[in-house]
Ligand binder design. Structure first.
Ligand code: HEM
Length: 293
């Protein structure tokens, strides 16, 4: 199968064989868009359908960006090389949902270029979103095999490391436009930094194994809490003490920091367990898990 056909049929792997993983991920990536279209068709988007659609598309853009960034540490932890095959698909889907998000926003403003430019210039959260969207567009445009060859592997890698600052810009954009509910932003911020911490830890290769799970959980907890606290202090000017204490009061709700830590620990444990089961994670993962058995 030639390269063009493979691009049109993303469920086909590099060896030209159908891949269950790629097929399943491809279908799942379409699901939010199809669900949004269904809700639009049956008039289920509330009083301000366009505003709701902008939010849904933005939510999926940033969730998928966090997932795309998490693939590299997960691959290192699990040893599942097939994960790399879906990283590009997830990253492109994040760019696609961003495009939908921005197009819907532009549609809301009647595609008035001058109004759009003015809004981006005067609202800092839109300025940051715009910078993130430009970065994502550059990454999507250079995601093909041809561009990897043209840029050379090292330059391409350096360019694509920009995904981390782009993700941070997108998260700040999310926080700045949040009015009350910070849960999603805090959970995603925790997960984004947990992925980064695991990656740095694996790069240094100092004591891998189940310690990595603890690093993921603690980092997620700390950054989810910190992001909420910073937002709260800046927005209300009030002391963050009660907000931090609320992390340890479980009567009304389980705080986002715990959800973030649980998702980070669960995902990292799954990856480490996969490595042990299939005996193909990094040698140190296997060694670490052997020690802890
Ligand atoms: C030109 C670029 C962008 C523009 C003009 C834009 C515009 C907007 C607008 C108008 C909102 C809703 C604000 C409100 O209701 O008060 C929003 C929210 C949001 N945007 Fe963007 N955005 C841009 C880029 C991005 C990017 C690159 C991402 C992620 C990759 C993103 C993710 C989000 C998220 C997660 C929300 C919050 C959704 C929610 O609260 O449910 N945006 N954006």
């Amino acid at each position: 199968m030639n390269r063009t056909l493979r691009t049109l049929a993303p469920w086909i792997d590099r060896g030209g064989r159908p891949s269950l993983l790629r097929g399943a991920v491809f279908l799942l990536l379409w699901w939010p868009a199809l669900d949004l279209a269904r809700r639009w068709a049956v008039d289920d988007l509330g009083a301000r359908p366009l505003a709701e659609a902008i939010h849904v598309a933005g939510d999926w853009a940033v969730r998928l960006l966090v997932l795309a960034v998490a693939i590299t540490p997960l691959r290192h932890l699990s040893g599942a090389t097939k994960l790399i095959g879906v990283r590009r698909m997830i990253g492109l889907a994040a760019a696609g949902y961003t495009l939908l998000h921005v197009t819907l926003w532009a549609g809301d403003l009647g595609f008035e270029f001058r109004t759009m430019a003015f809004e981006i210039a005067v609202r800092p959260y839109l300025g940051l979103g715009f910078a993130a969207a430009l970065g994502l567009a550059a990454m999507a445009a250079t995601s093909t095999d041809g561009m990897v060859r043209r840029l050379g592997a090292e330059r391409w890698k350096r360019l694509h490391r920009l995904v981390h600052p782009i993700l941070i810009l997108a998260l700040v954009h999310l926080f700045l436009q949040s009015k009350l509910d910070l849960a999603q932003g805090a959970i995603l911020t925790g997960l984004a930094f947990a992925g980064l911490a695991v990656r740095l830890h694996l790069d240094r290769r100092s004591g891998l194994g189940w310690a990595t799970v603890a690093i993921a959980a603690v980092t997620a907890f700390v950054f989810a809490t910190a992001s909420e606290a910073v937002w709260f202090a800046l927005k209300t000017g009030r002391h963050v003490g009660p907000l931090l204490e609320a992390n340890f009061v479980f009567a009304a709700r389980i705080a986002p920091a715990w959800w973030s830590a649980a998702i980070a620990a669960g995902t990292a444990s799954g990856a480490a367990a996969f490595a042990v089961r299939h005996r193909r994670g990094t040698a140190a993962v296997a060694a670490g898990s052997r020690r802890s058995r």
